[in-house]
Design a protein around this ligand. Structure first.
Ligand code: NAI
Length: 334
């Protein structure tokens, strides 16, 4: 115990994420699945002198089921990344929706109790897709399903440290990022930063920093110039979140991280949050306490500024649309 699995393990995110999981002594088994190259990635990683036993499978001969057997934590970075100049890649969304649906079906059949961490974009829709698949199979437990929004949190920490002129502070800066995981649905609560911004960070400056967190992915897509989107920083962020989940599974207390969850996962916390945002949304990213059974508590937004209230107001309709798209995709799938 515990076994971690990466679905999409040969990709730009999958490989470094698998590497980071392999280097964590909490992981004792690591299962890797992709439609290409997983035996090679697994053989390579298996030579690293850390406890995890590594296996890699391809689709033939029930490779997905073999990979998922006995999984405690399943991370999904399978899919296609977006291209430069394309903020909302509709063909990517459609392809990823199908990939995530099929992988979720495999999880429902083979590892229905696993904690599932969804990285594949658009997270605002792919998390509801996984939920709907699990509902169809009668295996849905909202406490065990998480959308990974950690890259937004990591970026917020880095960019705030940059504003403070001290990169050394980056690992300690904590900024809750709530809402969803694309563009305007990403709401960094900079007023709650553990390290306050300089007093002149109002108006245009505050807006520019907020926009940088919301659209940070564009910087990477542009710089990679056709070679994909964020992979290394995403692998780091995905591993950071997976490690928190692994520690919670071991019974460590007080583990809190922003993540995109079904607000039914903690009814009273979820209802309180719905009141704060003034909308009956099913999914939202908030600070969530994670325990051995999964979501233990959904935290309220707490005190936020008028500016941040405006950001939430702008996020909500877009988020509602994205959630509806995910649910409708499964309801219209055979
Ligand atoms: P990539 O193209 O480098 O890797 C994707 C991998 O998925 C490939 O190895 C591919 O063979 C595999 N794959 C495709 N279909 C599969 C299937 N049916 N079963 C198993 N594996 C399958 O892409 P990259 O850059 O690793 O991105 C992956 C996903 O992560 C994209 O959807 C991207 O938008 C998303 N992403 C999410 C972020 C987040 O913050 N949550 C940040 C950056 C990217």
């Amino acid at each position: 115990m515990p076994k971690a699995v990466v679905l999409g393990a040969a990709g730009g995110i999958g490989q470094p994420l698998a590497l980071l999981l392999k280097t964590n002594a909490l992981v004792t088994e690591l299962g890797l699945y992709d439609i290409v190259n997983t035996p090679g990635v697994a053989a390579d990683l298996s030579h690293i002198a850390t406890p995890a036993k590594v296996e890699g499978y391809l689709p033939p001969d029930d490779g997905l089921a073999k990979t998922l057997k006995g999984a405690d934590v399943v991370v999904i970075p399978a899919g296609v990344p977006r291209k430069p100049g394309v903020r909302a890649c509709s063909s990517c969304r459609q392809i990823n929706a199908g990939i995530v649906r099929d992988l979720a079906t495999g999880i429902a059949k083979t590892a229905p109790k696993a904690f599932v961490l969804v990285i594949s974009n658009p997270v605002n829709s792919t998390v509801p897709i996984v939920a709907e698949v699990f509902k169809k199979h009668g295996t849905y437990d909202p406490k065990r399903l998480f959308g990974v929004t950690t890259l937004d949190v990591v970026r917020a920490s880095t960019f705030v440290a940059e504003v403070l002129g001290d990169f050394g502070k980056a690992p300690d800066v904590v900024v809750p990022v709530v809402g969803g995981h694309s563009g305007v649905t990403i709401v960094p609560l900079l007023s709650q930063s553990s390290h306050p911004l300089p007093s002149d960070y109002t108006g245009d400056k505050l807006q520019a920093l907020t926009t940088r967190v919301q659209f940070g992915g564009d910087e990477v897509v542009k710089a990679k110039d056709g070679a994909g989107s964020a992979t290394l920083s995403m692998a780091y962020a995905g591993a950071e979140f997976a490690f928190k989940v692994l520690r919670a599974l071991r019974g460590e207390k007080g583990i809190v991280a922003p993540t995109y969850v079904n607000l039914d996962a903690d009814k009273s916390g979820g209802d309180a949050l719905k009141k704060e945002i003034g909308q009956d949304l099913d999914y939202f990213s908030a600070n969530v306490e994670i325990g051995p059974e999964g979501v233990a508590k959904i935290h309220p937004l707490g005190e936020i500024t008028e500016y941040e209230q405006g950001l939430i107001k702008a996020a909500v309709p877009e988020l509602a649309k994205n959630i509806e798209t995910g649910v409708a995709f499964i309801q219209s799938s055979k």
